[in-house]
Design a protein around this ligand. Structure first.
Ligand SMILES: Nc1nc2c(c(=O)[nH]1)N[C@H]1C(S)=C(S)[C@@H](COP(=O)(O)OP(=O)(O)OC[C@H]3O[C@@H](n4cnc5c(=O)[nH]c(N)nc54)[C@H](O)[C@@H]3O)O[C@H]1N2
Ligand SMILES: Nc1nc2c(c(=O)[nH]1)N[C@H]1C(S)=C(S)[C@@H](COP(=O)(O)OP(=O)(O)OC[C@H]3O[C@@H](n4cnc5c(=O)[nH]c(N)nc54)[C@H](O)[C@@H]3O)O[C@H]1N2
Ligand SMILES: [Mo]
Length: 767
């Protein structure tokens, strides 16, 4: 029934298991998404809301960051977008009565699924020091409490300002402005756990930490390699783009330890054929790689390109491009020629013939795009892995040409825009100069803390106030026990949120929950109705207009919360006209247009229904704003995770029924799992080697070089066609296994796709 949350907390470790699916979307996806939407919002609201998703007069889908095509269909959303919308537009409400009924100690025992299912937060809530119940608090008092704690700090650097990636450009710009006028660059964000490795590798090699392709490039591409990504679940609308690319002649290669259904076959729900027919086979070649083997794979491919060039000079490499636009070619060539094939085969788990097959496809393709997501970014050696992808593309001039380029597929719907707006703990000096010029205060220059450093700072007493603009920091971060202990040391934790989550119940001495509008809702301010803007994964900026009545009369927009907070904390001395910004967001956009390159004339250009495309020097003109002024080849040693006998590598990934820490349901339909999340997918031969039947229960125990161990108990074994030696289990349940210090070199991203584990335990289901 719409509006009612399940009462009990369901069992999550006894799923039904059937064979994995070989196709994604189609009719079951339509049915599934409508069922969930009806449960949350009823039939009428579902219909009225879903027709506005990603339409030019509607709102940007709060799901993923995949771009919208120029010609939009009437239903420009996917199954999981519909779930994301339903989760926000739900009719369920969390009121002060709910908090009176449920003390924090009770809520702390509930699952993340249960917490999220309770509905939308409706009033600001305050947890006083020593109390076990949140109580309602007026907004003004909430801002006073925050101001008390912030102004009592010995230094502004004792405060942390986290951002998750749904925050609009306008709110993100204000938020970083507030943090910097207050005096700190401590702006950790979800990107630190996500595509930071892409940003690091791309900034260094091509001069900009963003992808270089537009949708048209995918359609024009000859070869698309999708590595370390599960679009069928996480970016379902990408499947439509791949289908179209395929129809126009592209070959598609998938590199993944798992045979993900979406990459095998796609039944496009927008065509009758897709609904009832067999759909389109997407992947032409599937390389079932070992976890962490991608750097070795691309290095091997590069060495084969050199070999092919030696056999047929001037036919394989793009010498004109290399000579004119790149730096570091000779060193890289030497490294690639020295490739150790035994190592390649060990690291990738592939056969030489499979890599040769990929080579043949590469050699006959003029234009190549490489797409990737968390399978490439969350390893210790992620940055050199992505640099190797760049090397591969540079060799044949595949950057800055139609149909070719790098395509890191971003996660949260505005995570890329938040960065563009200055949510970054290591801002570029030019950005700070522009802020200083525009607002007349001197922003701090010293770098701030990223996510992992923020947790250490809390743990060590160097940070005392934690403020989050969205997200679910304690559940999304690694090393759950250490992170929770660190958070409990804070003096004050504040969450600007739409839904209840774990971070609201693992708090500092005092805590606040500040309920905010979601993107689906109307945003009415003193200056009239407001809209916000977002940037998608391909650097397109457009407006998002919410249409629903807000979830309650007490909600404030994110922008309003920041402006009021800023006034409470900074007082009349602030150089920023906060009240004006709250009343009229176009005034914020005017300032953005003067601070952030590419946003010139922002208000006028965003009035164009499709929005506008941000400049991207490598894509637009083959200019590379790097330290050398060229695109940089890099020659790092090949790395891959070492796995001792009897141990497995575990990746922590998403099921089909979750959005990060938001759990929509307990099914992972494409992988054949129903009604549970505590599962570990094991290759049947690995399971046999451990004497584990399908359905046995084990503890996952991670082991680290410092001798420490971490345990996640009670996982049901599922025999699954994953690469030998490579296990998989869902996040966030497995975040307990990933130590804080297990991060990617250079980017600092938690290496949550390569966790060394052993399996312990019996066969019976634990009670
Ligand atoms: N419905 C839904 N949509 C989402 C999200 C969600 O949770 N739910 N999350 C959003 C966010 S924030 C993000 S960042 C994206 C995440 O999108 P994805 O990166 O697709 O998410 P994951 O579930 O982490 O899947 C990682 C994929 O990489 C593969 N993989 C893991 N390790 C390796 C490796 O070493 N090599 C290779 N080649 N493959 C590997 C896994 O088998 C899996 O297919 O999705 C966004 N969209
Ligand atoms: N082990 C492991 N850990 C991971 C990952 C992994 O693959 N494995 N993936 C990592 C990745 S890629 C990411 S991006 C992070 C995600 O980290 P986060 O972005 O911090 O987590 P989410 O679960 O997306 O946050 C969900 C919460 O956001 C709030 N919210 C939703 N919409 C809005 C809104 O419009 N405004 C506001 N203010 N709040 C809103 C709701 O209260 C909801 O409970 O997790 C990372 N952690
Ligand atoms: Mo992400």
């Amino acid at each position: 029934m719409a509006g009612k949350a399940p009462s009990g907390d369901p069992v999550q470790d006894a799923p039904e298991v059937s064979a994995p699916k070989h196709a994604a979307a189609g009719l079951p996806a339509v049915g599934h998404s409508l069922r969930m939407a009806h449960q949350q919002m009823g039939v009428r609201r579902t219909a009225l809301t879903l027709i506005k998703v990603n339409q030019k007069d509607g709102f940007d889908c709060p799901g993923c960051a995949w771009p919208d095509p120029a010609h939009r269909s009437k239903a420009e959303f996917c199954e999981n977008g519909a779930k994301a919308v339903a989760e926000e537009a739900t009719l369920r409400r969390v009121t002060p009565d709910f908090f009176a009924e449920h003390p924090v100690s009770d809520l702390a025992r509930r699952s993340g699924y249960w917490l999220g299912q309770q509905g939308r937060l409706t009033q600001p809530m305050y947890l006083p020091a020593g109390a076990d119940r949140y109580e309602p608090v007026p907004w003004e008092r909430a801002f006073e409490i925050i101001a008390e704690e912030l102004t009592a700090l010995a230094s502004p650097d004792e405060a942390l300002f986290y951002t998750s990636g749904r925050t609009s450009n306008e709110a993100a710009f204000l938020y970083q402005l507030f943090a910097r006028e207050f005096g700190t660059n401590n702006l950790p964000d979800c990107s630190n756990m996500c595509h930071e490795s892409s940003g690091s590798a791309l900034s260094e090699t091509i001069g900009i930490g963003k992808g270089s392709v537009l949708l048209e490039d995918l359609y024009r591409s000859d070869l698309i390699i999708v590595a370390g990504q599960n679009p069928g679940t996480n970016h379902p609308r990408m499947l439509s783009a791949l289908e179209k690319a395929k129809a126009q002649g592209a070959t598609i290669v998938t590199v993944n330890p798992l045979p993900e259904a979406g990459m095998q076959r796609f039944k496009n729900p927008q065509h009758a054929k897709g609904l009832v027919g067999g759909g389109t086979a997407l992947s032409d070649l599937f390389l079932q790689i070992r976890l962490g083997g991608d750097q070795a794979l691309f290095r091997a491919l590069n060495s084969l390109l050199f070999q092919a060039e030696a056999e047929a000079p001037d036919t394989v490499l793009d010498h004109a491009f290399i000579d004119e636009h790149t730096h570091g070619f000779e060193d890289f060539a030497a490294a690639a020629r020295a490739t150790d094939w035994d190592e390649v085969l060990r690291a990738t788990g592939l056969e030489r013939a499979e890599i040769d097959r990929l080579l043949a496809l590469v050699l006959k393709s003029k234009s190549i795009v490489v797409c990737w997501a968390m399978g490439l970014t969350q390893h210790k050696h992620s940055v050199p892995t992505i640099r190797e992808v760049v090397n591969f593309l540079l060799l044949r001039g595949n950057i800055g040409r139609p149909g070719a380029g790098v395509c890191p597929v971003r996660g949260h719907s505005n995570v890329q825009g938040d960065r563009t707006m200055g949510i970054f703990e290591r801002p570029a000096p030019a950005f700070l100069d522009a802020l200083e010029k525009e607002f007349g205060f001197a922003p701090p220059r010293e770098h701030g803390y990223d996510v992992v450093r923020s947790i250490r700072a809390l743990r060590d007493g160097d940070a005392k106030v934690f403020f989050a603009m969205g997200g679910n920091f304690v559940a999304a971060s690694p090393d759950t026990d250490a992170t929770e202990a660190a958070m409990r040391k804070a003096r004050l934790t504040v969450h600007v949120s739409t839904k209840l989550n774990r971070s609201h119940v693992v708090t500092g001495a005092r805590a606040l929950i500040l309920p905010t509008l979601g993107r689906t809702e109307k945003d009415l301010q003193a200056g009239g109705p407001q809209f916000v803007t977002v940037e998608d994964s391909m650097g397109m900026v457009h407006a998002s207009h919410g249409g629903l009545e807000p979830a309650g009369p007490h909600l404030l927009s994110e922008a309003a919360i920041i402006t009021r907070l800023a006034r409470a904390v900074l007082g009349p001395d602030s150089r920023v006209p906060w009240a004006d910004f709250e009343a009229d967001y176009s005034l914020i956009r005017d300032r953005i247009s003067r601070v952030v390159p590419g946003f010139e004339d922002f208000n006028a250009r965003v009035a164009n229904p499709g929005g506008f495309t941000l400049p991207h020097a490598p894509r637009d003109s083959r200019t590379f704003p790097t330290a050398t002024g060229k695109a940089n080849f890099t020659a790092a040693p090949v790395e891959y995770p070492a796995v001792p006998e009897g141990r497995l590598l575990l990746q922590t990934l998403r099921s089909h029924d979750q959005y990060n820490t938001t759990i929509y349901g307990l099914d992972d339909r494409y992988r054949g799992i129903r009604g549970g999340r505590r599962v570990v997918l094991l290759n049947p031969e690995d399971a046999a080697a451990h004497g584990l039947a399908d359905g046995a229960y084990v503890d996952l125990v991670s082991e680290w070089s410092d001798g420490s161990e971490r345990r996640a108990p009670g996982f049901r074994v599922v025999h699954y066609p994953t690469t030998r030696g490579c296990a998989a289990a869902y996040y966030p349940e497995t975040n307990v296994l990933v130590p804080l210090d297990h991060t990617a070199d250079t980017s600092g991203t938690p290496a949550s796709k390569s966790v060394l584990i052993r399996l312990e335990g019996g066969t019976d289901r634990p009670v």
